[in-house]
Design a protein. Sequence first.
Lengths: 189, 133
Amino acid sequence: MANTLVTRDKIEAEVRAALAATLRIEPETIDMDTSVVNGLQATSIDFLDINFRLESAFGVQVQTQLLLDHVEEQLGDGKAIDANNQITEAAASLLKLYFGEIEGIKAGMYADEIPMLVTPKIIADGMERILEHLPDTCQDCGASEWKTEDGAKVVCGACGAEAQYPDGDTLVTEWIQQVEAEHKLFAGA
Amino acid sequence: MSHATIHHGVDLCDVDTLRDVMTRHDAFAERVFTPDERAYCERYPDPVPHYAARFAAKEATLKALGIGLTPFGVDRALQDIELVRRGRAPALRLAGRPARAARALGVFSRAVSISHEGERALASVVMLAEAPE
Ligand SMILES: [Zn+2]
């Protein structure tokens, strides 16, 4: 069922808040389309801090593998990233479907350039992909009375349990299977 | 005569920054460090400088391999790079994506060195790979 309790505005506000707290900047100054790495100068420890903040705020578990590593795990080594660490035609098409139309995605780009493309908006998209999978009923008591106090964390109105969303890796895996069934990007590659 | 290419990565980790983040997030140690790394570091009255050296080693390894972490997600590549002890000298154990990247580069030998003093921990990782023909 669609999650109407956690709005896109709230997701973006939490992403801004997490970035601002970690990077010690004002939330209003954050451009949602800037590169988190190049524009906001976030380091690896910062990424981890931001992701743990968002996990706590929403009660979710984010993914632990890059999209293209999921592809290779499912469909085989070399399908997405070649021996020179450059991405294949099919991988570029998949990234465009996943990230939307952002500049810089093309076949032949180096895989380690992909993290540079991640923006606050893309982080919000990733959170939204998890949050839209609010289960129909409470995993503990079976009630369908979700509610939220702060607009971010959803709890059961009957028993008080936190909603249990599918984790980020499960959802990315399912998404790749759906896209591959529909577009056959990697089937011929 | 055979030729090799050298891949080098170096990283500095600020102990206080890591301490802040680890204090804020209970899950951090478990999601980022392996069980053996945690057991090793937790033997010390202040484990954080030891965690910092290991974090620097993970980062230096990623740099040497030319692979980056994802800004969205808690990258399991960090768990796939483990600092182990062989006698007195530290060594690296690789799995998953870092191991695949090392294979793709043709890495046949590697070394890691760590150091910490005051508020900084440092790691340097050198890998030797078959030179591409
Ligand atoms: Zn319930």
